[in-house]
Each structure stands twice: as C-alpha cells, then as structure tokens.
Design a protein around this ligand. Structure first.
Ligand code: XIL
Length: 976
C-alpha cells in the first residue's frame, strides 16, 4: 500500500512529472572511501569519511567544526523538477555530544524568486544509536543552486551520516494503488458521509482482514478514496475491488463510481454499475476509467443502487493501463469508402491514442451523449455546452462532418421538460414552446459547424396501430412535436440537413411504419431531408439483405440516407457473457461487416455517410448495455488495433476464411425441384449477394445420404449457371439442365436445385453465374428431426376447461427432458382463429409449488411462439415466451424489453386431480394467420418442488435454451 498524501500535493499543482532517465535510487554509503560528492557547508566545517562508526559496512561520513545551526554536510542533489523523491538517511552523534534534532533541508532559488529552505526530514538524534530520517521532496518551479544539507538544532553538534538514499518516486499517475487492510488501518479510505469504516477480521477476501462499512446514511454513502493527482488526464486505469454483503444482509447491488469536480461542479460516473452481490459471496467489481477532464476533486467510491446496507470491501487495486500505440501502417478507413466514414465519440475519445485513431480513420463524428437534452439543457433555460463545444470543435478542427445527435428523444430528456407548473403534466403549448427554445438554441449555436441533425430520434413503435411511439412527446403533442422540431431546426439553420433517426429500420414492420411517417411528413411539407438507420445489429441478425431492402425502399421517397450508429454485437441475446472473446467470433463478425459494407458500397449513391457507434471496442456502449459484459462490436479492438472487421471494410482478401456451421436435421424430401414442406421448417442459410445473384442453402440427413437445397436468385438464364456441392472432397455439379440424383426447377426469381449427395461434414456450396460465384463453406452436422404439429381452425372458450372443441386438435406431448429425466409433463393441443393462437396444456403434476420467487422455477407451462418461424438465435421483437403458472400467473419473455409481445397473452389455469390445465390465447398481430402458416413453436413444462426447479421438459427443443434462442423450437402448422 502506498500513501497518497505526499503525492496528492504534487497533483494539486497540476503536474504531469516526467521521470528522469536515471530513475534509479541514488545511494551514498561511503564504502569506497570517498565523500561521494558531499562537502562542507559553512566556514570551518569539515566533512570526511571515517571508520569510527558505520550504519552498515565499515564507513560513514563525519561532520565536525560546525559553529552554526545551518552548518553541516551538504551536496548538490540531482533532483529534477516535478519528480517526487523519497529521501532516507541514518544519523548518529559522535560520542559525548548532547541529543539534538538533525534535519535534512533543501535550499533552492526559484528563477526570479527568493531563495527558499524546505525541510525534508528530521528526527531527534543521540550518540547512542543510528536514527532513521525519512521524508519526500518535490519542487515544481524552475530553480537553481539546489543544496541538500544536514543541519542541527545544536550549533556545534558533530555527527555521522550513512546510507543516504534519494529515491525518485516516478509519476504518481503511473503508480498503482492497492489496499488490503492487512495492517489494520483503513488505508486511505474515508467515509463519503456518515458511514463508518473499520478494518477487521470479520471477513476477508485475501489475507485476514477487510474493510467493514456500516452506518451508511444513503445508497451513495460509503467508502471513498481521494485519487486526485493519481490519474492523468487522458489516461486509462483498471480498477478492481472485491465486495461482500454485511451480516444480516440477504441481497444487494453494489457498484464502483467516481466523483469528479471541475470548478467545484460535481459530476458522477459509473465505473462498474451496481451489480448483484449474493449473500455470503465475494464479488469482484472491475472496470476501467479514463479521466477526460481537468479536475480539482477526484474520488473513487462504492455505492449501492438502493438501500444503505452494510458491506465489506477488500483488495482494491487501481493501475494505469499503458496504451498500445495505434497502427500507422494501415490504410485510413475514410480513404477506402465512397461515403463519409463517421464515428460516435464522447469527451475522453478526443485524447491520447483515441484522439489519434479518430483523426486518422474518420472524417465524420457524432457526439454520443453531449448534445442530448439532458446534457445541453438540464434545467429550463440553463444551457450547458462545454462538452458539446469541445466535441464539435474537435470535429471542425479535423475537417470532419459533424452529426448533431439529437434534438428530440424520449430518453435522456430531463423530467422538467414534461412537468407543468401546478399540474403533473405540462400542457401542449408549453411543451412545444420548450421544444422550440431548445431546438432553436442548439441549432443556432452550431450553425455552420453541425452539418446534419438527428432532429427526432426513435419516434416509431411498430407495435402501435399507427406505428407511432407513445412517448410523453407524442401523448402530449401528437405529431406536432415532430413538425415543430423540423420547422424550427430549418429556420435556425437552413443549410443543416435534417434527419429522422431510428433503430430496427431494417426489419420490415418497422421499416414500413417509418416509411409511412416520412411520407406523411413530406406530403405535409415538413422539411425532412433524410432518414438515419441506426443499425445496432448483432453477429447473426438481421441479414444484410434486410438493410439493402430498407435502403432501396426509402430511396423511393427521394430522401438522403445515412447509417448512423452501426455496431455488431457478438451476442445474440441479452444475458450471455464471454469472459474473453472467442477469436473465431471476430472472424465471423468480419464476414458480417463485409456483407454490410458490400451493401453500403452498392447503395453508395443513396447513402451519404456511415457512422459506427464508437471508434473502438473499449469505448462501446455495448460493454454496459443491456447488461455489463465484455463486447466487441466495432472495427478496432479494446487496444485500438485493427480487427478482422476493419479488414472486412478495407481489404476483405485479408479476412481469414469463415467456416460456417449448419445443422442438417433428420428428414427426407422428394428430389423433384419442388419446395417440400420439410424445407420450410427452417430458413435457408444465406449466400450473400454479389451482383444480382444470391442464394439460400439447406440440408437434411437421411440414411441414404444428405439432401441439399439451393434456392438461387439469378434473374438471367445463362449456360454457365450452375451449382456445385462439394462434400468431404467429392464434387456434385448441377446445371440449369440438371445433374445426377438432382432436380432443377425455375422459380420467379431464379431457380431451385435439390440433390441427394453422400453423407459428410465438410461442405462447400458454390453458385456460379457468368464470371462470378458466391459460396457457403462450412461444417454440416446431423441433428434430430424438427418436429411438426398442427393447429386446428376452431375457437375455444378460454376458461381453463378442455371443452369438446379441443378434441379436433391433434395432441402432442412434452418428452424432451432438458432438466432431470422425469416429473411433470403435458399433453398439448392448439387451435387458431382470426389472429389468435390457442393452446391447451393438460399437465400431469401431483404436487404444485409457487414458492420460488422466480417464475421460471414455479410449476408452470411455457409456450414459445415465433410468428415468422425465423429460427433466429436471439429473439426478434415478435418472438415470445409466454409462461403461465398452475395458478394462472402470467409472465412474458422476448427481446430485452419484451415490448413487442408483452400484451399478447391471456390465460386461465385450473388445478385438476393429478395436475392442472392451462388454456392460453396468444394474439399474433404481426402476421396474418391462414391455413398453411408456419409458426416457430414449442412448449416447456417446469416442475418445482418447494423452491427448487426439479425438472423441465419440452416438446422439441433439446438445448435448454428456448428462453434465449428460437432456433431449436419446433414448428406448428395452421390447418384448415
Ligand atoms: C447511447 C450512448 O452511447 C450511451 O453512452 C448512453 O448511456 C445511452 O445512449 N440509440 C441512440 C443513441 O440513438 O443515442 C444511444 O446512445 C444508443 C441507442
């Protein structure tokens, strides 16, 4: 553990000391028989090496002949401005001398100033024993005539000195801080408010002691450590601490935060957002922080998200992270693409290597948070532009096109905007006046600097009948808030390009809802210039072709388009988390970026810029959203080095080849060129488009071989058109005229190939067109058949009673055990009518429990429905997990907020002898149900014993991941 205080003094002077080249300790032990540079100070004083006494070895330095207190032994110390030195020495008086105080003092003359005398260390010294003198020294102004000398309170004292060490402390911003409380002190931690801190042995993560934190007055009250001067501006630090709940505390969430003040104004940032600390366990809070501001106060502290419960902390460490230099031998992204290449940034990103990376690769920027309402107008009429100005100026200085994000949004908008004076909610007129003032102030301020504004952000909700998000803006002002924002922005800066920005615009339903709104606004004469597609995507979803369809669709409205927030998460769900990133995933991500940039380049005439949401993985918002986890969604990695994704954009030939994976479920098809129902159970794996040609591929495994399908889009018929399937080295060629054990049939957009090939795992599919080929290469593995069930076209009464109408529906059973091997099971039937699916589950389960606080650990039935049968890994927004407990309690899962599905279900449950019956009605408003419609579908029965989840069984999905991943659900076909 290092003490802070001496170093903090240096920091208060805003130093960034430079470590001298000779940064080793300087030791004077006089063993070589010389005075090693020491000499007399004062007339008559003599300094000589002696063997009369020694602290170690045989020699020491003897000083005699003193006649004044300031007389003594002296040296010109090799001290450098801005470096802190630890000074230690041993002193002893010559036998018979009376005890006195010996002090080590520095004399120095600052340039243009008066000579100063600064005490470094002092102690009472006797003739009986060697006494240690120790202290630190630092000077910060240019100075001359430095002398370090030993003086004494007794004018004639004769003394020995030995083992004098000057030890440069280096840069305090580079020194690690660790605290382990093993010495029984609180080690630089102090309470933020009323909390009491005590080092003790009640619990320990390492060693025998930790710091007990009790008596907290609020969630933010607890231990804090002053780190002012210990972090350099623009420098990045890793912070880690272990925490454990105090006695009698059963649950709580703890996090690590930082408070910084500039000119006395505090700001708070989270290093590790509060996370669950289960009782009795030590949990690590680890994160990184980059100091981006000049500060006059800087404190690291622990807080809870709510409550003032006691806790322990132990083994805190803060260490400087040396940045890797950015690569300077790789092409600049902006030179390689036919549109503006932008990046989001926040204030720390303008500094150090981050600033260099931005300047090198990007010619566009979007402030990530600094122009949002909460940042720019936290209180009515009180505008704050320091951070916004800083970023906009950074862009202007570097010749970058600046996107202003965002004038109007439902999120990151202060509560006052929607509050009335006396009433809870503001009236429309006042709201629009506030809006007008806000928009006018921002757009006027950045006129000529911000080229493009996201005037409104995320105003679409495709689950509403009119497609409009029910934000406070909309509820109070209808569409007038959008109209006002665009009108005022245009008035304030007629040259700025005005955009509407949204996420998920690549999905057909949202695309159409946004399209309808933009069209309406255009028809009304609202000055809207462009549409921004955020493109927060993941490694699997959605296909690049959706993006292309969206760009082509909006082009028909004649608007400019931009990709505004591109990132590609390595996760397909919102709970998984890798401790380290699997390299093959980064290759896969590279290929995904390639497919996307192929689209952007092809559509470059319709796209004026592509912006990634962050310059490098370390600064991505996806490291904390939707949960804190390691993510890597961007083009440069956590160390700012080029990833496969970067090469995908700049030079795809450098991208390592991708070995894809595909399951071939057991199944047979008729090889006749017709698309059997069997093929429709799963989606085709895409072969991304080159030119006008694209394709989809599937396989089924059967005893006689592998059935393969290629569904080719190729509008022009040519004699060179052919598909080859290579299985474990054996190639099968099918031309438009056919091939062995193969059938070919023309389709409206191209042709379809079916073939029976030999069994194997290494598969390459290649679709040739005149001069070009597209391909799929990967491993094909066998899997159980995809189950298919059928729902009859009838309407039941949802009352928990299996009335006779249910008998027309075929019955399926849950028999695929994913937890345990026996327990509660269900017989399940389905009906449909209108836009509703009905499910009846008759559960055999003699002992029922709802004791667990977690609904998935209670006796319950889960019904999984994917209206598009998309078989995506993660849930898309109309995929739902509908859970009904034996007592009729309903819970719903879906995407992160389950927004698209949470209101779909009504259910009744009734207990019956030996079990219970669940009858559920699930509305499927996103598709039109008809005979032949295929739904992704599964059912799971959870068996609980007391609070324990003792069994789980499904109809089809054997992975145990139905709640995260829709790709292994079975299929339900709607019958007549
Ligand atoms: C994000 C920022 O990146 C985060 O730092 C912040 O905590 C939340 O907002 N869509 C948008 C962006 O339009 O403004 C969001 O930015 C990401 C989603």
């Amino acid at each position: 553990m290092r003490t802070l205080r001496a170093l903090v003094a240096a920091a208060l002077l805003c130093l960034v000391p430079v470590l001298p080249a000779h940064a080793a300790d300087l030791t004077y032990d006089f063993e070589d028989g010389t005075t090693q540079g020491w000499g007399p100070r004062g007339g008559g004083v003599s300094v000589a090496v002696t063997t009369d006494a020694a602290h170690a070895g045989t020699n020491s330095l003897l000083t005699t002949g003193r006649t004044d207190t300031w007389h003594g032994a002296s040296i010109a110390p090799p001290f450098v401005k801005g470096v802190t030195y630890r000074v230690t020495a041993y002193a002893r008086l010559v036998t018979g001398q009376p005890a006195s105080t010996i002090a080590l003092t520095v004399q120095r003359t600052p340039t243009g100033g008066e000579t100063t005398y600064e005490r470094v260390a002092a102690a009472t010294v006797t003739d009986g024993e060697w006494v240690r003198l120790a202290g630190t020294y630092l000077f910060t102004a240019d100075s001359t005539d430095l002398q370090l000398y030993a003086e004494s309170s007794d004018a004639t004292s004769q003394y020995y000195l030995d083992d004098i060490v000057f030890s440069p402390q280096g840069d305090p911003t580079r020194e690690p801080i660790t605290t382990d409380f093993e010495d029984g002190t609180t080690q630089d931690w102090s309470p933020r408010a009323a909390a009491s801190l005590q080092a003790g042995t009640a619990a320990a993560h390492g060693g025998a002691r930790s710091l007990a934190v009790t008596g907290r007055s609020a969630s933010w009250d607890g231990p804090a450590m002053n780190v002012l001067g210990r972090m350099g501006k623009g420098d990045k630090y890793a912070l880690s601490v272990w925490v454990r709940l105090g006695p009698d505390t059963t649950a709580g969430r703890l996090g690590l935060s930082i408070e910084r003040r500039t000119g006395g104004t505090p700001s708070y940032e989270r290093i590790v957002p509060p996370k669950d600390v289960p009782a009795g366990q030590w949990v690590q809070l680890a994160g990184t922080y980059t100091l981006a501001y000049d500060v006059d106060f800087l404190s690291v502290y622990l807080e809870s998200d709510s409550g003032a419960f006691p806790f322990y902390l132990d083994d805190f460490a803060m260490t400087y992270i040396e940045p890797k230099p950015i690569q300077t031998d790789i092409p600049a992204l902006k030179d390689e693409v036919p549109f503006i290449m932008g990046s989001a940034l926040t204030r720390p990103d303008t500094l150090g290597v981050h600033g260099q990376l931005l300047a090198r690769h990007f010619n566009g920027i979007t402030p990530g948070n600094e122009l949002k309402w909460d940042a720019t107008e936290p209180r009515e009429g009180e505008f704050a532009f320091a951070d916004g100005d800083h970023l906009v100026d950074f862009g202007v200085e570097h010749d970058m096109t600046v996107r202003g994000h965002t004038l109007v949004w439902h999120s990151q908008t202060p509560a006052w905007v929607f509050e009335g004076a006396d009433v809870k909610e503001v009236d429309k007129e006042t709201l629009l006046r506030r809006l007008e003032n806000h928009v006018r102030t921002l757009v006027t301020r950045y006129k000529d600097k911000v080229a493009v504004w996201d005037v409104v952000n995320e105003v679409i909700d495709e689950n509403q009948p009119d497609g409009l998000r029910r934000s406070k803006w909309f509820e109070i002002a209808g569409l007038d808030y959008i109209r006002t924002a665009f009108r005022v922005a245009r008035e304030a800066d007629p040259d700025a390009k005005l955009f509407i920005n949204d996420y998920n615009t690549e999905f057909p339903r949202k695309r159409e809802a946004l399209y309808a709104l933009v069209k309406q606004l255009q028809d009304e004469g609202v000055p809207i210039d462009g549409v921004g597609h955020q493109l927060h995507l993941n490694i699997e979803q959605p296909p690049a072709s959706y993006v292309e369809d969206t760009i082509e669709r909006f082009a028909t409205l004649g608007v400019d388009q931009q990709v505004t927030e591109l990132d590609v998460s390595i996760y397909t769900d919102f709970v998984s988390s890798y401790p380290s990133i699997p390299p093959e995933l980064l290759v896969e991500q590279g290929h995904r970026y390639k497919a996307l940039f192929d689209v952007f380049r092809r559509q470059a005439s319709k796209l004026s810029s592509v912006t990634v949401w962050g310059e490098s993985d370390d600064v991505s918002w996806l490291n904390t959203w939707p949960i804190p986890r390691l993510n890597a969604p961007l083009l440069f990695d956590h160390d700012l080095q080029a990833k496969p994704a970067y090469w995908a954009v700049v030079d795809p030939s450098k991208l390592p080849p991708l070995v894809r994976k595909l399951e071939a479920p057991a199944g047979t098809v008729k090889v006749d060129g017709k698309r059997d129902l069997q093929w429709d159970l799963l989606p085709d794996a895409p072969l991304p488009r080159v030119g006008g040609v694209s394709a989809g591929f599937q396989a089924r495994s059967a005893p006689g071989g592998l059935y393969v399908l290629a569904e080719v889009t190729d509008p022009t018929v040519s004699s060179q058109d052919k598909v080859t399937f290579t299985v474990d080295g054996t190639m099968y060629t099918v031309t438009r005229a056919g091939g062995p054990k193969a059938a070919v049939r023309r389709t409206t957009t191209g042709y379809r190939v079916e073939a029976l090939v030999k069994k194997g795992t290494e598969v390459d599919v290649r679709v040739h067109d005149a001069g070009t080929a597209i391909s799929w290469t990967g491993k094909v593995t066998t899997a159980p058949a995809v189950k298919l069930a059928s729902a009859a076209h009838r309407t039941p009464v949802v009352d928990g009673v299996a009335e006779p109408v249910w008998r027309v529906a075929p019955e399926i059973r849950t028999a695929t055990w994913i937890q345990g091997t026996s327990g509660a099971t269900a017989r399940v039937r389905s009906l449909w009518s209108g836009s509703t699916l009905y499910v009846l589950a008759q559960v055999a389960d003699p002992t029922l429990s709802e004791e667990s606080p977690n609904p998935w650990e209670q006796d319950s039935v889960e019904i999984f429905v994917d209206p598009g049968n998309g078989k995506t890994k993660g849930y898309t927004d109309d995929d739902g997990q509908y859970r009904v407990s034996f007592s009729g309690h309903v819970t719903v899962g879906g995407t992160f907020d389950a927004a698209g599905v949470k209101d779909n279900v009504t259910a009744v449950a009734k207990t019956v002898p030996g079990g219970y019956v669940v009858e559920a009605a699930i509305k499927l408003p996103t598709i039109t149900l008809a005979e032949g419609t295929l739904l992704g579908f599964d059912v799971q029965v959870n068996d609980a014993t007391g609070t324990a989840h003792t069994g789980a069984v499904t109809w089809n999905d054997a992975t145990g991941r139905s709640y995260l991943d829709t790709s292994h659900w079975g299929v339900l076909r709607l019958a007549d």
